[in-house]
Design a protein. Structure first.
Length: 490
């Protein structure tokens, strides 16, 4: 098996060398490389598509299954809990047990979860199904990113592949906002059942097209770090649970503080275990990797500010302006179209200007977008008051997302790409949860005396949080870009 694995790896590398051409246009990679990349990117696209569709379907799920408001919010939160809680474990397991194997296991879990959710007759089953789907994504997402960065060498090939990866996620998002509205009108169950055939194709494609890789020595035998696996998973589960529940139970409540404290204590215990273990689950040197941690903080700002903007924009258009979910979906559609169009082209710009300057340019566009949205009013026209912010985000995302992913693994050994991808993905998910919680708290504080929906001032209070985080990240990325330029790095 080792010979077959090595041969497969060599064949992929030879295909890439033959594709080099003049090093500028990067002509065709060949059938094997393209089909493998499509399968891996399809998992990312399915994740984005399904989450958007299920989010749109929440009100019909609540009505059909007789769930309370506090129960139905767990249709969304259970996925976040499973995803955020198992990301570090899933990322490292892809290094230890094989990226292809963990990728397929994640796709299987996701497919089983979405099938169970579509057939569920009780709200608790839907919530459990979403938790399983989150675990599946926590395994497949870092494994997919690790497969890409391990297959494509650093430089033009990897940048191009990561741009395509971003475009496929945007394609899933764009498809999901429209398909979610259409499928929900037929039945909310179709938002769960429609992705099942796609998951099946990904599983079969993963078995046939993704190259095999050997489990590492640490993933076999008696040296496996079970203590680290248990403590990091339970610690992340408790920490994410505390963040998700804090807006409901209160940030200063005994429940939130106790849960967060227990999660933090387990993560400290995990760190102690890792420092003393001969084969640690997550090598401590990764948490001292400044480039990886910086990319993860950028990731937190990217998804945290965008998800908060989407939350504010959705409330403004639907609750304040009275737009339907489908109308709101079409309003946000240009974001997905722009990302899908620009994403595959970003590799050339990253090669020319460097990842740091690309991320800085992205946050200039993010910050400008959020500032422009402060001008919303009672009857602001879409074309002049809303669309400019939408367009800027559609430009900012492909400028920032692929280079952040590339930076995260740029100074990491190939044997630890999965763990690095897990840390990066944790930045995305935890950042989204924290920034959204801060944003909703700011909005709630603006109308503490009333029970109605937020006012325009409430939306603006939330936007101030988003703008502040985006602006701080913009300045930080500028400093990093200047330092990197002075150091003469590419």
């Amino acid at each position: 098996m080792a010979t077959k694995t090595a041969t497969s790896r060599v064949e992929y590398i030879e295909d890439l060398r033959r594709a080099d051409g003049d090093g500028d246009g990067l002509p065709s990679w060949g059938f094997r490389i393209w089909t493998m990349l499509i399968v891996v990117c399809a998992a990312f696209s399915l994740d984005a598509l399904d989450n958007i569709m299920v989010g749109i379907a929440v009100p019909p799920i609540q009505a059909d299954l007789g769930m309370s408001t506090s129960q139905v919010q767990w249709v969304v939160s259970a996925y976040v809990l499973g995803f955020g809680g198992f990301l570090l474990l899933g990322g490292r397991m892809s290094d230890l047990l094989g990226r292809r194997r963990i990728f397929i296991i994640g796709a299987v879990l996701f497919g089983v979860g979405t099938l169970a959710g579509g057939l569920a007759t009780h709200g608790l089953i839907v919530i459990a199904a979403r938790f399983v789907m989150g675990i599946g994504a926590a395994f497949s997402a870092p494994a997919a990113l690790a497969i890409i960065v391990s297959t494509f060498p650093e430089g033009p090939h990897r940048n191009r592949a990561l741009g395509i990866y971003t475009g496929c996620g945007a394609l899933g998002y764009s498809t999901g906002v429209i398909a979610g509205g259409l499928l929900t009108q037929a039945s909310w169950r179709w938002t769960f059942l429609a992705p099942v055939p796609v998951a099946l194709v990904i599983i079969i494609g993963g078995l046939l097209l993704v190259q095999r890789d050997r489990p590492s020595e640490a993933g076999r035998g008696r040296g496996f770090d079970f203590g680290g696996a248990v403590t990091v998973t339970l610690g992340m589960l408790l920490l994410v649970y505390a963040i998700v529940e804090a807006p409901e139970s209160g940030w200063n409540s005994a429940r939130t503080l106790a849960t967060a404290g227990a999660g933090a204590a387990l993560l400290v215990l995990f760190w102690i275990i890792e420092r003393g273990h001969s084969r640690p689950l997550l090598p401590p040197r990764l948490l001292r990797n400044g480039t990886l941690l910086g990319a993860s903080l950028v990731a937190a700002a990217i998804l945290g500010t965008y998800m908060s903007f989407q939350f504010i924009g959705g409330l403004y258009l639907q609750s304040f302006r009275g737009w339907s979910p489908l109308e709101m979906a079409f309003a946000f559609l240009p974001i997905g179209i722009l990302i899908a169009t620009l994403g595959p082209q970003m590799g050339k710009l990253v090669n020319r200007f460097g990842a740091h300057w690309m991320i800085f340019a992205g946050f200039v566009a993010y910050t400008a977008s959020y500032v422009l949205f402060l001008g919303i009013g009672d009857d602001s026209p879409y074309l002049t008051a809303i669309l400019p912010s939408i367009v800027l985000i559609g430009i900012a995302f492909p400028f920032s997302f692929p280079p952040a992913n590339a930076l995260a693994v740029s100074r990491v050994d190939e044997s630890e790409h999965g763990a690095a991808a897990g840390i990066l993905q944790t930045g995305y998910q935890v950042g989204a949860a924290i920034v959204l919680a801060l944003t909703t708290a700011a909005m709630a504080a603006n109308h503490a005396g009333g029970d109605g929906p937020p006012t325009l001032d409430g939306y603006r209070q939330g936007l101030y949080i988003v703008i502040a985080i985006s602006a701080i990240t913009m300045v930080a990325t500028l400093v990093a870009a200047v330092r990197n330029h002075r150091a003469g790095r590419t």
